[in-house]
Design a protein around this ligand. Structure first.
Ligand code: 5GP
Length: 290
């Protein structure tokens, strides 16, 4: 048997550095595949030795949506050996892989549209804010002409716009629904809602009664949930004590709350907000149950 080649110290050092660089290249392309900035198919055009010597399965496992089981299926269907390196994959096999990728790209299941309504002060925002940290949900950000309250953040709590800008948005057909509420306009921009639904997210609209009615009419598949206070007294206390409104606005909101509470039966579900966590859990199970 031939003895292994004797390397000088300098040659060993050079080989070590080359191996480190190759590992770095492979880690980099895997990251790029994972974040979607390149595709596995770009690797077949790569000229770096480090990439061409990488195993195909390693690159495939970096693709979002490919796990052990899917990988097994792809390798079985294309007949490519698991030990095959990128540089050794033939043209025909690349075409077969492409076909598998086209089949994989079935769009995600459309998410559910969910309306959370109820009188001002009942705790809708506290509830929907909790849903913001759940990756299965996307809470719509409304446009409004009302004044920003202390502590509110533009483009997080609302898109605060002028009356003129709001009217232009109405004219440009940008709203899924919009309504007047105690002297200001509020509306749901339609485009981000449809995008989130198409991406499989459950979309939550936190809106007042007239907006909820428009959604019922225009999107009958939507799930309409009404939040009730534990008692009228409790609602009155919450609205008066939260200190965000003038006396006049509080009175207007209380008068409006009386009207809204009468409409609870128009909704698919009524939840009483005695405990926020419980209402959040109920909303999650309503959205996910079918
Ligand atoms: P607030 O001024 O307390 O933030 O909101 C007043 C009311 O307007 C609340 O009942 C809230 O749910 C509702 N609202 C917020 N955004 C929208 C929206 O885009 N459309 C409709 N119709 N109502 C909204």
């Amino acid at each position: 048997m031939k003895p292994p080649p004797q390397l000088t110290v300098a040659q060993r050092k050079a080989a070590g550095l080359k191996a480190v660089a190759a590992r770095r290249d492979r880690a980099m392309v895997k990251n790029q595949i994972a974040e979607g900035s390149i595709s596995v198919f770009d690797l077949f055009l790569d000229t770096r030795d480090s990439v061409l010597r990488m195993k195909l399965v390693e690159a495939l496992m970096a693709v979002p949506g490919i796990g052990e089981r899917r990988l097994e299926a792809i390798m079985a269907k294309t007949g490519i050996s698991k030990s095959r390196r990128i540089g050794g994959v033939g043209r025909k096999q690349i075409e077969q892989l492409r076909e598998e990728f086209v089949l994989m790209k079935t769009p995600p299941k459309q998410g559910k549209l969910m309306v959370v309504s109820g009188p001002s002060g009942v705790g809708k925002s506290t509830i929907t804010n909790k849903l913001k940290s759940d990756p299965r949900f996307w809470v719509s950000i409304s446009a409004t002409t009302r004044q920003k309250r202390q502590g509110e953040v533009s483009d997080v709590d609302y898109k605060f716009v002028s009356n003129e800008a709001f009217i232009k948005m109405i004219d440009d057909n940008e709203f899924l629904e919009w309504a007047e509420f105690t002297g200001a306009k509020y509306g749901t921009p339609a485009k981000p809602v449809f995008e989130a639904l198409a991406n499989g997210l459950n979309v939550v609209l936190e809106i007042e009664l007239n907006g909820a009615r428009q959604v019922r009419k225009n999107a009958p598949e939507a799930l309409l949930v009404f939040i009730e206070p534990p008692s009228w007294q409790e609602l009155e206390n919450r609205l008066t004590n939260r200190g965000t409104e003038s006396v006049e606005s509080t009175q207007l909101r209380l008068a409006r709350a009386k009207e809204e509470l009468k409409a609870a039966s128009e909704f698919d579900f009524v939840l009483v907000n005695t405990q926020v966590e419980q209402v959040v859990n109920e909303l999650v199970s309503l959205a996910l149950r079918s």
